[in-house]
Design a protein around this ligand. Structure first.
Ligand SMILES: [Zn+2]
Length: 851
């Protein structure tokens, strides 16, 4: 939905009087879209001249000074700046050199319209910087202003589409280093203080403005005539030596690749990057000063090929943002997915060829499709582009639809257009909007001119609407027919390319087709009989596939015989969805898995299958089916554990064994391993693995459960892990009063501060083996959700609901969730979606089992 539609709906429903009130009323806290749009239309030629005096001690305040220059196109309204720290942090506000009669409300400074001029407004503000976004540590500090946190530190227009030039002056302790977006052009030490001035930046939004200061070491290198600087705090000199060449090389080769691909040189001057210990994200793409999490860039000597690939991908990802996100920026954070998906898309192109031993297509399949389907199949799904009324809710946009579905959709877009047309379109887009802002629809318009396909319709189905196509295959009169329909009855059509895997007696082949209308026909080769057709062969097509009966039956027998690991992965994903939709019996799915696992050598497929088996076992098998299959399952898992060729393969099997073991022999084996009476060759068990085993034994109510928990508590060397274990322990008690009290205590926010601890306990509380005793916690957990969101981290609500409902599969549990949703008609939409996402498998299992 675009902003204009939002405004129209306001105008249509409100009378004129209240519209005028809305215009003159004070803006809401945060950065509301309505305010951002008004400002984007009226503020122009914006620049900031900022100065910060940073004391060494993190407890002492940082004093700041801002000169904000702009032109105002609308003099009928006051100008609203964003600033959160409050009145006590505001020293002085002047406009045009005269004291301002400003007003301060929550999150905003309001400058009266009478003080404004159409050209050259100069607002000068002395302030004490808020610490919330400054990450102040003993020896260093760094800013992190994404998505709209700059105004927690200094006064500004904190929205992505008011780009500005930033000049910066820092006053730091002598002995510290500092880095910012611009290059250093003045440097003066006086006594124990150092003053540094940075040259003015190109136009950038507030979320990309950044600086870091502190005790850093600097490595410098030249590549292809450009100088790079690397700031870090690593004390292990050998580690630095071992890594730095690769880190410089990776930046230089990414930059080089991107300049060629985009046809636009790097536009932000100098190129520095800062490795920050325990940085919140993998990286953050501040132009001229990328920040990284140190541990993912400086690798240990034992680093695996996967870790090397991840490092190369992270560097290529952040470097890609210099064009996608930094040079051209989204208008509003509803399009944040766009910069992320392009950065990943470019990173894969840049990096994958350097790692020819890894199966990148399979990696793409298993890391994206199951997670995207797990949300997109539910009643709680949402479009890739979501509405966002206020930037203070930007955190809630993130989830599987953005991270996993969007990359799938982008790959489809490239296949539909062809790589050359996409590149050509992206070049035009970057050129047209450079140093400005654009929406997804701006890009679609450019790409639409390059294809005869109706890209607006394509984008509408894939990006603006929620859900996936239902695609049914059937074989009739020598042809394979695919029919697509919209499960939500909106008459949407999803255009996409598919690689159909056709199995024939002489072997399997991939047949590419494009589905544009509701039906597509694929003539079958007359000479031989087709054994099966898999619509998402090669792991390409996206949808809810209904196989024809013969293909389904064939795959349930012969899936393990498919030669290509990618095709096997794709077949597993499809059969799992068929099982969820009720077309494959859970017991058949489990039986097939147990037959396949001994032959499956590809670790990514083993992980995929084991994940599905555990879920099917607990959620979709009946109790008697579980009993029937238990010893066979444990035997397969233990064989895999013994035969596994790598320690990670063994770990994968062991964790599946731990989570599904139920037979007396199996549980006794687990107990012996925990007691160090039995050793699994090649499997290294760390402290947290032992703790997990102790909890798994306790939830199975083994006779010695209480003493096992006690002994485990005494084994801990690491105090943090011990504290976590002690926190979780009561949730495992065999006494229901103890578990009740533990859950009751979670209603106090102080007891929810360690979110991973809470989630682990909640998961065990609702373990399937205790399902009937834990149903009583479902309703109170739902009642708590709004508060959970208010007080917790952005991912906590989803994880809270998943941990609560993950162990349940009965009609009673499903009804509790349904009743809650029905009773709360006006419930916040994003939370409602979270409940419906988490409830999906419970609903499906309840319907099937009727239990
Ligand atoms: Zn990114």
């Amino acid at each position: 939905m675009c902003f204009l539609c939002l405004l129209c709906s306001f105008l249509a429903t409100d009378c004129r009087r209240s519209v005028e009130q809305r215009v003159t009323a004070d803006p809401e806290p945060g950065v509301p879209l309505t305010l951002a749009n008004l400002r984007a239309q009226s503020i122009d030629a914006l620049s900031y001249d900022l100065a910060f005096t940073i004391p060494a001690a993190p407890s002492e305040p940082i004093e700041g000074h801002a000169i904000i220059r702009f032109a105002a196109k609308d003099l009928t309204k006051p100008v609203v700046l964003d600033f959160s720290p409050g009145m006590e942090s505001l020293k002085s506000v002047s406009v045009g050199g005269r004291p301002s009669r400003f007003r301060l409300i929550k999150d905003h400074i309001i400058i009266p319209k009478e003080e404004l001029a159409s050209e050259d407004n100069v607002v000068e503000i002395g302030f004490r910087a808020g610490d919330a976004a400054l990450n102040r540590n003993l020896e260093f500090m760094y800013t992190l202003f994404v998505p709209a946190r700059a105004h927690l530190t200094f006064p500004c227009f904190d929205q992505p589409n008011l780009k500005a030039r930033f000049a910066l002056q820092l006053n730091i302790p002598v002995g510290w280093q500092a880095v910012a977006n611009g290059s250093e052009n003045f440097h003066e030490a006086t006594g124990d203080r150092l003053r540094i001035r940075y040259s003015e930046t190109q136009p950038i939004p507030t979320y990309l403005f950044a600086f870091a200061a502190g005790k850093f070491q600097i490595e410098t290198a030249e590549r292809g005539g450009r100088w790079y600087r690397l700031f870090h705090r690593e004390t292990d000199a050998k580690k630095v030596e071992r890594n730095k060449k690769a880190v410089f090389d990776l930046h230089a080769s990414s930059l080089d690749w991107l300049e060629k691909y985009t046809g636009i040189p790097y536009r932000f001057g100098k190129f520095d990057f800062v490795l920050i210990p325990s940085f919140q994200f993998g990286g953050m793409e501040h132009p001229g000063a990328i920040f990284y999490n140190a541990s993912s860039i400086f690798l240990d000597e034992s680093a695996t090929e996967n870790q090397m690939l991840n490092r190369a991908s992270t560097i290529a990802h952040e470097t890609s943002h210099m064009w996608f996100g930094d040079l051209v920026t989204m208008q509003w954070f509803n399009d944040v997915w766009m910069k992320e998906v392009f950065a990943n898309f470019m990173a894969a192109k840049i990096v994958n060829p350097a790692f020819p031993n890894l199966n990148h297509e399979l990696r793409f399949l298993v890391s994206n499709y199951p997670a995207a389907y797990a949300v997109d199949r539910t009643e709680g799904t949402h479009p890739i582009r979501q509405e966002l009324a206020n930037l203070n809710e930007a955190g809630s946009l993130y989830g599987a639809i953005i991270y996993q579905k969007a990359p799938i959709v982008m790959r489809q877009l490239e296949r539909i257009l062809g790589p050359d047309k996409l590149q050509d379109g992206l070049r035009a887009y970057l050129k047209e909007f450079q140093f400005g802002n654009a929406t997804w629809l701006d890009l679609i318009k450019i790409l639409d001119d390059r294809t005869e396909l109706d890209l607006n319709a394509w984008s509408h189905a894939w990006v603006e609407e929620a859900g996936r196509p239902a695609i049914r295959s059937s074989i009739e009169e020598g042809a394979l027919i695919f029919t697509q329909s919209d499960p939500a009855k909106r008459s949407l059509l999803w255009t996409q390319q598919m690689n159909v895997l056709l199995g024939a007696s002489r072997g399997a082949m991939l047949v590419p087709i494009e589905i544009r209308s509701d039906t597509v026909k694929l003539p079958l080769p007359p000479s031989e009989s087709v054994q099966f057709a898999l619509p998402n062969g090669g792991g390409l097509a996206y949808g809810d596939f209904t196989l024809d009966d013969a293909s389904r039956a064939f795959l349930l027998q012969h899936l393990p015989e498919l030669k290509d690991p990618l095709d096997r992965g794709a077949a597993w994903v499809t059969l799992w969805e068929e099982m969820l939709d009720g077309r494959v019996r859970p017991s058949d799915f489990v039986e097939l898995s147990l037959r396949a696992l001994p032959f499956e050598q590809t670790e990514q497929n083993v992980q995929l299958i084991l994940g599905y088996v555990s879920d099917a076992y607990w959620t979709f098998l009946t109790e008697s089916q579980r009993t029937d299959v238990a010893s066979k399952l444990e035997q397969v898992l233990r064989t895999g554990l013994n035969r596994g060729s790598t320690s990670s393969m063994k770990a994968t099997y062991f964790s599946a064994f731990r989570s599904t073991v139920t037979t007396p022999e199996g549980v006794a084996f687990l107990e012996r391993v925990w007691r160090h009476q039995e050793n699994i060759p090649g499997l290294i068990l760390a402290e947290q693995d032992e703790a997990g085993m102790a909890l798994d034994l306790a939830v199975r109510s083994v006779p010695a459960w209480a003493s096992i928990l006690d002994e485990q508590r005494g084994r801990f060397m690491n105090p943090d892990r011990k504290a976590r274990f002690e926190f979780v322990m009561p949730a495992l008690s065999s006494k229901s009063e103890t578990r009740d009290a533990w859950f009751e205590a979670l209603k106090n926010v102080d007891n929810r501060r360690h979110e991973p601890w809470v989630l682990e306990g909640v998961q065990y509380l609702h373990h399937p083996l205790r399902g009937s005793q834990s149903e009583k916690y479902i309703r109170p957990a739902l009642d708590l959700l709004i508060e959970i969101q208010r007080t917790g981290d952005i991912f906590f609500p989803t994880r809270w609901m998943n941990s609560t409902l993950g162990g349940h599969n009965t009609r009673t549990a499903a009804n509790m969730v349904r009743t809650f949703v029905d009773e709360h008609k006006g419930y916040p939409i994003r939370l409602r979606r979270i409940i419906l996402q988490a409830g999906d498998e419970v609903f499906r299992a309840a319907e099937r089992n009727g239990g």
